[in-house]
Design a protein around this ligand. Structure first.
Ligand code: ADP
Ligand code: MG
Length: 456
């Protein structure tokens, strides 16, 4: 068996045993250079692939090779002949400017037919313990459209990959025969379309159009909360597609049971399929994502620096990406590989942010936004049932996150007595300890607090 064939045998084996994203990340561009005196030399495109193959996959690769050529004793990995990627031409630079300086969609490529952004694929999605269920569910439905999980409902916090997964699923389906009508839309946009159709008296036409899809993907469905007429039209579209076994895929920043002002019948439809959550990625996944993105950008950066970023930026993947883009911009501007010291400097705004204290306004605004009530509902004396609980949560968060005293909190939120505040804080604390749902709810609100907090 020649070198090429042997390496192909290894690749086939690896392809079967790791996820597609990992396979692409670590094995793309590898080849076998030589084999002599029991030593095989494998060429890899970059330092990450080298380390990864040496540390994680060597045993497995060795086993396959040994099966065909028992005389093989050792495998060496060399970064093969490929020059480091040339500096990008000026026109490509826009793609890499830091997020704070521009939109990160310069390389977007949206299909006019499906409204899908082609840049999101399964291949570029790194799978880890916190997103593997959602990923597996997406893959599973592509094999049994409309019949397995309908709807598939994916939920999780901001920047954790919901849109990426939804669009990747759509893109994958679009690339596979048989041809089908696929449509992706954000719920915000869908709401606007529905409102527009009321104005123009074209609602029936709009429904007809949506009834024609084989796969309908609606992103951020939580925004239809409180919008009665949108919910009504969506319910009817949903039922029609569902009855005809057409696949519906939805995403939301929270599970259906936590979406306020959502009609009961919609809630139960959403819960009738498969619910899959995406959580914040743990260290290993963050590192793997950084490595994959560094390769994608053509950025050479050492393991220690990547590990520094992965350790310090934990909240979400969009931020990880933003940090790397910033470093990449640095490396383009100064035409050199940034060292750890410079990386720390470049990321100081990100890294210091979580240690600053949020303001009381950002807490109150985030709680109000989350429960879709007004901030004055929280700060006034109202005893309406639907504001009691959000107010208790606001009290708790003012205590925990802003370190206000109990009397201060009382004054801020409807002139309550400090014993009322203590009672509320204890109650929420206890729920946080005892209920997963409560912990998740608080986490989502905190996410908002720290997001709002730059802007308040
Ligand atoms: P959400 O819709 O949940 O807010 P996005 O899907 O927009 O999050 O993800 C934010 C960014 O992070 C996107 O650029 C996306 O490509 C990237 N991303 C998220 N999850 C992953 C992953 N598992 N592997 C690679 N990139 C990811
Ligand atoms: Mg999204």
């Amino acid at each position: 068996m020649g070198n090429e064939e042997l390496w192909r045998a290894v690749l086939t084996e690896m392809e079967l045993s790791v996820t597609k994203a990992n396979y692409t990340t670590w094995f793309k561009g590898t080849s076998m250079l030589s084999s002599a005196q029991g030593t095989v030399v494998v060429s890899v495109p970059n330092i990450f692939a080298k380390e990864w193959l040496e540390n994680k996959f060597n045993k497995q690769i060795f086993t396959v090779m040994h099966k065909y050529h028992p005389e093989i004793r050792e495998i060496k990995y060399v970064i093969g002949g490929s020059r480091p990627k040339a500096l990008l031409a000026r026109k490509d630079f826009a793609q890499f400017i830091p997020e704070s300086m521009g939109r990160d969609n310069a390389n977007d490529d949206v299909s006019s037919q499906t409204n899908l952004n082609r840049r999101y694929t399964f291949d570029s999605f790194i799978v880890g313990p916190t997103n593997e269920l959602a990923h597996a569910a997406c893959i599973a439905i592509t094999k049994k459209l409309g019949q397995l999980y309908n709807p598939l409902f994916i939920y999780g916090g901001v920047g954790l990959g919901k849109t990426h997964l939804l669009e990747a699923t759509g893109n994958f389906l679009a690339s596979e025969p048989p041809a089908k009508k696929i449509f992706y839309i954000s719920a915000e946009r869908l709401t606007a379309e529905i409102v527009e159709s009321f104005k123009n008296k074209t609602t029936e036409m709009l429904k007809q159009r949506y009834h024609g899809y084989d796969v309908l993907i609606v992103d951020d469905i939580q925004v239809i909360s409180g919008r009665t007429s949108t919910q009504e039209i969506f319910f009817s579209i949903f039922n029609e597609l569902y009855a005809r076994n057409k696949q519906i895929i939805l995403s939301s920043d929270r599970p259906p049971s936590n979406i306020p002002s959502l009609e009961e019948r919609l809630k139960s439809r959403f819960e009738g399929g498969m619910l899959a959550d995406i959580g914040a990625p743990e260290y290993e996944t963050r590192l793997a994502i950084l490595k994959a993105k560094a390769i994608e950008y053509g950025l050479s950066i050492d393991e220690e620096s990547l590990s520094y970023i992965a350790t310090n930026i934990q909240k979400n993947i969009r931020e990880l990406e933003g940090a790397l883009k910033k470093i990449n911009a640095f490396s383009q501007i100064y035409n050199k590989v940034p060292q750890l010291k410079e990386i720390k400097q470049a990321l100081s705004t990100y890294l210091n942010a979580p240690y600053r204290k949020p303001t009381s306004q950002s807490v109150i605004k985030s709680v109000a936004d989350f429960y879709r009530i007004s901030t004055s509902d929280l700060t006034k004396r109202s005893r309406r049932k639907e504001v009691v609980r959000p107010r208790q949560i606001a009290m708790y968060l003012l205590r925990e996150e802003v370190k206000y005293s109990f009397p201060e909190i009382g004054t801020k939120l409807g002139g309550r007595d400090h014993s009322t505040v203590i009672h509320a804080c204890m109650k929420i604390k206890e729920e946080e300890l005892n209920s997963d749902a409560m912990r998740q709810e608080l986490m989502m609100i905190k996410e908002r607090i720290y997001q709002n907090f730059e802007t308040v």
